[in-house]
Write a protein that binds this ligand. Structure first.
Ligand SMILES: Nc1ncnc2c1ncn2[C@@H]1O[C@H](COP(=O)(O)OP(=O)(O)OP(=O)(O)O)[C@@H](O)[C@H]1O
Length: 284
């Protein structure tokens, strides 16, 4: 669907429901996930994330971070409880429609998941093609996003000709080229050195400042402490902490480095404010 059509439809939505609140982008209500093996991935987890937030999911290995991500992309189904994305109950989303839903989300993994036999340009363009982007869209948007992610000089390179940090930039560019209302990243800096990790986090921060809601699962203590964003901590599948400007560990003092870390990082002007309802274009 063309952006202008979407925009008009979103305006209609707003007009039709003037007194209703904008729904949370993500809402977990009493969500439990038990696997066939008997392991518990998540236990009675309740939290919600509003439009435009930047949220870290932290916790020891096995605490349930990836389970939340996999539930969000409907790779797993909850054993009980309700998950809503942009106000839609994910259990009502037909299996056949799941690929459409996922294409409208920005998803970044630790291991990049790039197409090995396509160039940087084509990896990013592909994300537009599968959502119905025309050649004109590709010509207009891909160079822009490659500039934003610092990849303009690498557009003809293949993934195996790039460093880990550059590959992750391509993955972020691909996830963001559609300007998704929600971007989720599972350990996006897990394979990168601290310096490169800062670059990736700055990129996610800039993306967040265009209006995209960003959820990042991470073990990266230093990054969480420096950025001072909202932190949801898990332990044994339970939410044990939810702080608006938290550190990796409860009660740790601010390093005060956030300003320095993000200085000189101007946010690109949003083309349009992403509407979470766009996640479900063609899906419901
Ligand atoms: N497919 C699965 N089958 C069985 N148990 C699973 C499965 N996926 C996760 N688990 C279990 O669920 C619990 C939570 O795992 P999860 O992968 O969500 O943790 P995590 O916090 O993401 O860990 P890490 O930081 O190591 O990635 C663990 O006990 C894990 O063994």
């Amino acid at each position: 669907m063309a952006i202008s059509e979407r925009h008009a439809r979103n305006l209609d939505r707003t007009r039709a429901r003037p007194d209703q609140q904008v729904p949370n982008v993500i809402e977990f209500r009493d969500v439990t996930k038990r696997f066939d093996s008997g392991d518990t991935g998540l236990e009675n987890a309740t939290f919600s994330i509003q439009r435009g937030e930047f949220v870290f999911l932290v916790g020891h290995t096995g605490s349930g971070k990836s389970t939340i991500m996999r539930l969000l992309i409907k790779e797993h189904e909850p054993t009980s409880g309700t998950i809503r994305v942009a106000g839609h109950d994910l259990s009502a989303l037909d299996r056949k429609k799941v690929p459409y839903y996922r294409r409208n989300l920005g998803i970044v993994f630790q291991d990049f998941k790039l197409l090995p036999n396509r160039t940087v340009h084509d990896n990013v363009a592909y994300a537009l093609q599968v959502t119905g982007g025309t050649r004109k869209d590709i010509r207009a948007k891909v160079p822009d996003i490659l500039r934003l992610t610092g990849l303009s000089t690498k557009l003809h390179n293949f993934p195996d000709q790039l460093s880990g940090g550059e590959q992750q930039r391509v993955a972020v560019a691909r996830a963001f080229v559609n300007h998704p209302p929600l971007l989720i990243a599972d350990e996006p800096t897990g394979n990168l050195d601290p310096e490169t990790s800062i670059g990736i986090m700055q990129l996610l921060y800039r993306i967040n400042r265009t209006g995209t809601t960003v959820l990042v699962a991470t073990h990266d203590h230093a990054m969480v402490d420096r950025m001072r964003r909202r932190v949801i901590e898990l332990s044994g599948g339970k939410v044990i902490r939810d702080e608006l400007t938290g550190a990796y560990r409860e009660g740790e003092v601010s390093t005060g480095e956030f300003g320095a870390l993000m200085r000189g990082e101007p946010a690109p002007a949003p083309r349009r404010l992403p509407d979470p309802g766009d996640l479900f274009d063609d899906a419901f």
